[in-house]
Write a protein that binds this ligand. Structure first.
Ligand SMILES: [Zn+2]
Length: 392
């Protein structure tokens, strides 16, 4: 039997537009602030103390705490507030329509479904049990996940961390305890134009870029040999874009590439770029180019929490006791788990709904999945309280 309160909560969340401002044509729907307000009020009503961190004006992150000030354990539960845009949607984006055992609307699956499941799981008796056991619960609503994880980054920079972090995302109830990092960058080479009949009078940026690409591939090849991650596989590189030259008979004075480097835990994104810069400096000192620029386009940290940690094992236990096969896995996509892995010792991504249904024209979540997810999280919180209660 589906829980009416849970369904109503999700429909309420879907009805509050919170499109990422960068993805909204209409500013009236492109703000996380109304959902942040709802979340803050909801949690305040459950006895949480609320902080708002509005680092970008109009885009408040919500940090809500409940439990002892000197806790035995801290658990951070994070839900991002923003959704994808609504362009081309075939269902009313904010209707929260309930039909054929599904709830439809933008965010129903990513991320309001998992958020509703977690909020609903935090019943008064669970909240009191956690506090009495000595657990401080930190519920975070973060802005801007869909575009650069800005909210999570801001909070990590402020030092917000915990012993354990549960990042809510629609994983189909799989326990994702590792994902690759993403380093996207652009390299621009400046050459010197000359007539194509006298190439010796110019510096070809395209020709020099061939050497740069060689350096980039060798760097990734070395990384592949050194680090084959048991869960994520080896690091990769793809040069997705190249632009250069203007005419067949002119020595090109400019060439640009865009590089997509996927990293595994242990790789430092700054080191990777530094190694590329060494090659560029060499090209310049050899007077093969007139100048260069390296620009970071996206920087997402990889993370991996071992499968035998308390957090992952407690999720496994909760799945089993609720009759759900416990799947532990690594993921190819990126989430707020990346930034929070810098300040939280154990991190896992988990939630009801399927990532295949996120960002779609008829986004929905199955009520059965929503319900199961909430029961599972309820069990997880209960097990945490029992575990910490036993600690002196
Ligand atoms: Zn999401």
């Amino acid at each position: 039997m589906a829980d009416e309160q849970l369904i109503q909560l999700l429909r309420q969340l879907v009805a509050i537009p919170s499109v990422n401002p960068a993805l909204a044509d209409d500013p009236a729907i492109g703000s996380e602030a109304p959902l942040a307000r709802f979340l803050a009020d909801y949690l305040a009503g459950k006895g949480f103390s609320i902080e708002r961190h509005e680092i970008v004006p109009g885009r408040p992150n919500v940090v809500a705490r409940r439990g002892p000030a000197a806790p035995k354990r801290t658990l951070l539960v994070e839900a991002h507030l923003d959704t994808q845009g609504i362009h081309g949607m075939t269902v009313p984006p904010f209707g929260g329509e309930l039909r054929d055992g599904r709830i439809y609307g933008r965010g129903a699956c990513d991320m309001k479904g998992p958020m509703a499941a977690a909020l609903h799981a935090l019943t008064p008796d669970i909240l009191d049990a956690l506090a009495a056991a000595g657990v401080q619960l930190i519920f975070v609503g973060a802005v801007g996940e869909e575009k650069g994880n800005v909210g999570a980054r801001q909070l990590v920079e402020l030092g917000l961390g915990a012993d354990e972090a549960l990042i809510l995302e629609p994983t189909e109830l799989a326990i994702v305890h590792a994902h690759k990092g993403t380093l996207w960058y652009e390299v621009e080479l400046k050459g010197q134009a000359a007539h194509g009949s006298n190439p010796q009078h110019g510096l070809s940026a395209v020709r020099a870029m061939v050497e740069v690409i060689g350096d980039i591939e060798r760097e990734a090849e070395r990384a592949r040999e050194q680090r084959d991650h048991p869960l994520l596989g080896p690091p990769t590189v793809n040069i997705g874009v190249i632009r250069g030259g203007s005419s067949i008979n002119i020595v090109p004075d400019r060439c640009v590439i865009e590089v997509d480097r996927r990293t595994v835990p242990g790789e430092d994104h700054r080191d990777i770029l530094d190694r590329i810069r060494v090659g560029l400096m060499r090209l310049q000192s050899l007077k093969k180019i007139a100048g260069y620029e390296v620009k970071k386009l996206h920087d997402g940290t990889p993370f991996a929490t071992p499968a035998d940690t308390r957090l992952v094992q407690r999720l496994v236990g909760a799945c089993r006791s609720q009759g759900v096969p416990a799947k532990t896995e690594g993921a190819g996509w990126f989430s707020d788990a990346g930034p929070f892995s810098q300040t939280c010792r154990e991190v896992a991504v988990f939630g009801p709904g399927s990532i295949r249904q996120a960002h779609t024209a008829d986004e929905y979540i199955e009520v059965a999945s929503l319900q199961k997810g909430s029961e599972l999280l309820h069990q997880f919180f209960r097990d945490l309280a029992d575990e910490v209660k036993g600690i002196a």
